[in-house]
Design a protein around this ligand. Structure first.
Ligand code: MIC
Ligand code: SF4
Length: 640
C-alpha cells in the first residue's frame, strides 16, 4: 500500500510507538522555533529543566510579535530570550528581521525535516515539504531539551489539486475555499496533504500561504511535496544544498480526499468573525472599506508584495482608506527597496510598518470604531484588531490592494492580468540580524531577567477528590484569544501571568477572574472546538493560576488541549453532548476518586447543586495520564 508524504516523514523520525491513526508516538524533532510572545514562557520552562545545549539540529528564537516597545517590558523580554538562547546554543533573530514563519522558510527550513514551533502557524514550513507542527511552549521547551515530541498520530486528508489559478485568484483563495468546505474544526486530528497535477502550478510562497492557514482548519499540520519549485526557492535563498525531492507514493492511500479544481476558484473573503465564514467577493459586493492591512505570516512574501506594488503603481490610495503594509522579512523589504517597488507602494499613499506581526496581533493599527478592515491575515476573530466592533474580512493581497485604491471591496476578475513576477529571484545571503550563540556555555552566560518577568504557575498532583464551581459557561468555537486576549495593552505582559489573570475572558465575561478568586477551585464549561486558534499556553497557564481544575467541553482544539494537560488541567468531553444544557453557572461539580477515574474510559462528574451526574471522557494517552496525575508535564518529568 502506497504511503503519504506525511507518513513517510513521520516514519523517518519515529522514536517510539506505531504509526497508526489515534496511537501515541514520539518523533525526533530536527528543528524548533519560538517567537517572543510565547517564547518568554518557553525559555523560563527550559531553564527549569536544567539542560545544557539543546538537542535539536537547529533551534531559533525569533523576536517578531512584541516589538512596539512602549515601555521597558518588551525590550526586557527580548534581552531575556537573547540571554537564554546564548546559554543553550540557540540562534537569536533580532527584532526587525521579520516574522518567524517567513524567516524560517527563507533561511532554515529543510524539506523532509521536522519542525516544532511555539506558534500555531508553524505549519508554514509545510510549504517546502517539512512536517512543521505548532505546539504549546512547554512542548517546544521539551523538544529542545530532548529532541523529541509526543503526539497522537493524525489521519491524513489528501487535497487533490487539478487545474491552475486564473488571473486575480490567488493562494489565499485556495485556502479560503478549503476553509469554506471543511470549517475551523474540519482539520482537527488530521494532517492536510496536497497532491495532484495542480501542485506544480503553485509557487513556494503560494504553498506557504496555504499551509500557514491550515492552522485555521485546526489541522495538526499541512504539507506540500518538495519538487522543482522547492529547489528553485531554496536556490533563490542560496540554500540549494538543502533540497531533496519528496512526494507521496503514486498509490498513496489517504483517509479522506477533497478535490479542488484550481481553475474553478474565484476571489473569496472570510467575513467577520471567523476564517471559515467564507463567501465570494462578488457576492459580498462593493462594501465601503476603512482600512486595508497587508502582511502577516500568511501573505507578506516577496511575490505578494510585488503584486501589491504592481497594483498600486501610479495609483492613489482612496481618501477614506488607511493602507498599512508590513513586509514579511528584512530581505523582502530590502529587495523591494532595491527594485523600486517600495517607492511605488509609498507613493500611492500607503503606510509602511515594521517587518513584524504588528497589526495582525493587535500591536498597533487598530481601525476606527465600527470600521470595515480588509486584511491579508489569517484570523478575523472579534476584537483581535484591537477595536471591539471592527469588522475584519480576510482577503488575498490582490483583492486588498485593489480595494484600497477603489475604497470599496473589489476583485480583479476581468481586469488585465498582473505582470509576471519571478518568485525565485536571487536573495543575497545576509545574516546581519542573526546572533549566533558562539562560545556559549551555561555556566558563563547569566540569564538576564527584567522586573516584568514573573515565575510561571505550577500545578500540584491530582487529589482524590476534585471539586470545582462552574465559573464560566461558554459557547462553541471559543478561541484562545477569547480566553487570554492579546493586544498592545496586554502583550507586554506575556511573561507576567499574575498581571494577565485580571483580563482572562475579558471580552466574554468580565466577572470570570473575580468568580475564580471567590471560589478557589473552578471549572469552565465550553462547546465544540474549545480553544481554537493561537498556541498561547497563557490560555492554560492563566486559568491554572486562577484555580481552574478542569474544562468540560463538547470537543477541544488540539494545541489548547495539550496545553491544558501540560498544565495538569483535565480536558473532559461530554459523553452525551446534551448534558451541556443541564449545567449552569456556579453549579458545584465533583470528581470522586479522581486518580483512579482518569485511568478509565469514563469519568463520572457529580453535579452537587443539581443532584445529578454526567458521564465524561478525557481520552488521555498514556503519557497524558501521567501528566494529569503528576499535576503537569514539568512535575511528571521531575518525577521521572
Ligand atoms: C497568533 O497569531 O494568534 C499568535 C499571536 O501568533 C499566536 C501566538 C501567541 O499567542 O503568542 C499563535 O498563533 O500561536
Ligand atoms: Fe504573527 Fe499574525 Fe502570524 Fe501570529 S498569525 S505569527 S501574530 S503574523
Amino acid at each position: 500500500m502506497g504511503k503519504t508524504l506525511a507518513y513517510k516523514i513521520l516514519e523517518n523520525h519515529l522514536l517510539e510507538g506505531e504509526l497508526r491513526p489515534g496511537n501515541e508516538i514520539t518523533i525526533r524533532i530536527d528543528q524548533t522555533l519560538t517567537q517572543d510572545s510565547t517564547g518568554t514562557m518557553v525559555y523560563l520552562q527550559l531553564e527549569a529543566m536544567d539542560v545544557d545545549r539543546v538537542k535539536t539540529e537547529l533551534s531559533v528564537a525569533y523576536i517578531d510579535h512584541n516589538t512596539l516597545q512602549t515601555g521597558f517590558e518588551n525590550a526586557d523580554d527580548h534581552a531575556f530570550i537573547k540571554s537564554v538562547a546564548r546559554r543553550h546554543g540557540i540562534l537569536f533573530s533580532k527584532p526587525g528581521n521579520g516574522i518567524c514563519h517567513q524567516l524560517h522558510l527563507e533561511n532554515f527550513g529543510v524539506p523532509g525535516k521536522t519542525l516544532l514551533g511555539s506558534d500555531s502557524h508553524t505549519p508554514t514550513g509545510g510549504g517546502i515539504g517539512m512536517i512543521a507542527i505548532g505546539a504549546g511552549g512547554l512542548d517546544v521547551a521539551v523538544a529542545m531539551a530532548k529532541g523529541a515530541y509526543t503526539l497522537t498520530v493524525p489521519k491524513v486528508l489528501g487535497v487533490k489539486l487539478t487545474g491552475s489559478l486564473k488571473p486575480w485568484v490567488s493562494a489565499k483563495d485556495v485556502i479560503l475555499h478549503v476553509l469554506q468546505k471543511l470549517t475551523v474544526k474540519g482539520g482537527v486530528g488530521k494532517i492536510v496533504e496536497y497532491f495532484g497535477e495542480g501542485v506544480s502550478s503553485l509557487t513556494v510562497p503560494d504553498r506557504a500561504t496555504i499551509t500557514n492557514m491550515g492552522a485555521e482548519l485546526g489541522a495538526t499540520t499541512s504539507v506540500f511535496p518538495s519538487d522543482e519549485n522547492t529547489r528553485k526557492f531554496l536556490l533563490s535563498q542560496n540554500r540549494q544544498e538543502s533540497y531533496i525531492p519528496l512526494c507521496a507514493d503514486e498509490d498513496a492511500v489517504y483517509d479522506e480526499i477533497l478535490e479542488v479544481d484550481l481553475s474553478s476558484l474565484t476571489p473569496l473573503a472570510a467575513k467577520p468573525h471567523s476564517p471559515d465564514n467564507v463567501e465570494a467577493v462578488s457576492e459580498i459586493g462593493p462594501i465601503k472599506v476603512d482600512q486595508v492591512a497587508i502582511g502577516s505570516c500568511t501573505n507578506s512574501s516577496y511575490t505578494d508584495l510585488m503584486k501589491v506594488a504592481a497594483i498600486l503603481k501610479g495609483k492613489k490610495v482612496h481618501p477614506d482608506v488607511s493602507l498599512v503594509i508590513s513586509p514579511g522579512s528584512s530581505k523582502i523589504l530590502s529587495k523591494l527597496a532595491q527594485n523600486g517597488a517600495l517607492a511605488d507602494i509609498i507613493n500611492s499613499g500607503a503606510r509602511i510598518m515594521e517587518n513584524a506581526c504588528g497589526a495582525c496581533i493587535g500591536m498597533g493599527q487598530s481601525p476606527k470604531s465600527g470600521a470595515v478592515s480588509l486584511r491579508t491575515y489569517n484570523r478575523n476573530f472579534k476584537g483581535r484588531s484591537g477595536t471591539a466592533d471592527a469588522k475584519v474580512y480576510l482577503v488575498s493581497p490582490e483583492t486588498a490592494a485593489l480595494s484600497a485604491v477603489k475604497g470599496v471591496l473589489t476583485e480583479g476578475t476581468g481586469l488585465e492580468a498582473l505582470p509576471k513576477i519571478d518568485p525565485y529571484e536571487d536573495f543575497p545571503f545576509n545574516d546581519n540580524f542573526i546572533v549566533y550563540p558562539e562560545g556559549c556555555d551555561v555556566n558563563n552566560t547569566p540569564v538576564e531577567m527584567g522586573p516584568n518577568i514573573k515565575p510561571f504557575p505550577r500545578n500540584t498532583a491530582l487529589p482524590e477528590t476534585v471539586s470545582a464551581v462552574v465559573t464560566l459557561k461558554a459557547s462553541d468555537n471559543i478561541t484562545t484569544d477569547d480566553i487570554m486576549p492579546s493586544d498592545s495593552r496586554l502583550l507586554p505582559y506575556r511573561s507576567n501571568i499574575p498581571h494577565l489573570s485580571d483580563y482572562c475572558f475579558e471580552a466574554i465575561d468580565k466577572g470570570f477572574p473575580q468568580r475564580c478568586r471567590q471560589y478557589g477551585g473552578s471549572a469552565i464549561v465550553g462547546g465544540e472546538n474549545y480553544g481554537q486558534g493561537s498556541s498561547r499556553e497563557h490560555a492554560a497557564l492563566v486559568p491554572l493560576y486562577l484555580g481552574v481544575k478542569f474544562v468540560l467541553a463538547k470537543s477541544f482544539a488540539r494545541i489548547h488541549r495539550s496545553n491544558l494537560i501540560n498544565s495538569g488541567i483535565l480536558p473532559l468531553v461530554f459523553a452525551d453532548p446534551a448534558d451541556y444544557d443541564k449545567i449552569s453557572l456556579e453549579d458545584e461539580l465533583v470528581i470522586e476518586n479522581a486518580p483512579k477515574q482518569v485511568m478509565e474510559e469514563y469519568i463520572t462528574l457529580v453535579n452537587k447543586t443539581k443532584n445529578e451526574s454526567y458521564q465524561t471522557r478525557a481520552n488521555l494517552q498514556e503519557m497524558e495520564k501521567a501528566m494529569i496525575l503528576a499535576g503537569g508535564k514539568i512535575n511528571m518529568m521531575k518525577q521521572q
